[in-house]
Design a protein around this ligand. Structure first.
Ligand SMILES: O=C(O)CCC(=O)C(=O)O
Length: 237
């Protein structure tokens, strides 16, 4: 799996630069894990999460998927991470200006199911998520079907691409990433919300913080879809 790297890149205000391989993986496969992006805040982030859940902040959802909306701007630490680290990383990955839409702090329990967050033909929406507990395939790690984020593709097309991965997806077959994305506290997973994703075997509670961005607001059709996405209450407001 391609990784971002911690490093002193003078062009990046956060000092974290995303490797060329990671950018390529995100573009071709629709997701990438940035290892250790949030490592310096490994203890502060869970404390912020607990603050959000104990204070009298509004909750949304129900047991199994209970969240605090707008967590990214509700807490001073998360607000500062948004501007100093998360948004710059999202911009490096997409190669574009991004617009923050919102995001939440959620406790997931149990299985999710294969889905896209909306089915947009123009809008590109990306999520940056950090899981506060180590997760793997046996404990509810995020799963994706690589390269299903393309707008005009169907399953037959995906299968054709998987037969010639280097030509269509930019990686050789042996480097096609696993569909399970194991993660440790401090990592961040960035994915295009159009990718088919899910989580299984997450029996216990899984704490996750999400920052959601739009990457295509200049296009009026995309702007309209994003307005609908926000109004449809997809956990961003
Ligand atoms: O972890 C899960 O159960 C689902 C996560 C998800 O669908 C998301 O973050 O959009």
């Amino acid at each position: 799996m391609s990784k971002g790297q911690a490093g002193a890149d003078p062009m990046s205000p956060s000092g974290y630069f995303v490797s060329h391989d990671a950018i390529k993986q995100f573009r071709n496969l629709g997701y990438v894990r940035l290892d250790g992006l949030l490592n310096p805040y490994e203890t502060q982030i869970p404390a912020a999460f607990e603050d959000l859940f104990t204070a009298s902040t509004p909750r949304r959802g129900q047991r199994g998927r209970l969240g605090v909306p707008r967590a990214g701007t509700r807490h001073p630490l998360l607000r500062s991470l948004l501007t100093s680290l998360i948004e710059p990383a999202a911009e490096q990955i997409t190669g574009n200006r991004v617009t923050y839409l919102g995001g939440d702090a959620v406790v997931y329990e149990g299985d999710s199911y294969w889905h896209r967050d909306g089915n947009h033909s123009a809008a590109v929406i990306i999520k940056v998520v950090t899981c506060l507990d180590p997760l793997d395939g046996a404990s509810g790690a995020l799963r994706v079907l690589p390269a299903t984020h393309g707008k005009d593709t169907d399953w037959a097309q995906h299968l054709q691409w998987l037969r010639e991965p280097e030509e269509h997806l930019g990686v050789t077959g042996d480097r096609l990433p696993s569909v399970v994305i194991p993660t440790h506290p401090g990592d961040a997973i960035v994915f295009d919300t159009h990718i088919l994703h899910s989580a299984f075997r997450g029996g216990g509670s899984r704490r996750q913080i999400t920052w959601t961005f739009a990457n295509s607001l200049d296009d009026p059709a995309a702007a309209q879809e994003i307005t609908r996405y926000i109004l449809a209450d997809h956990g961003v407001v």
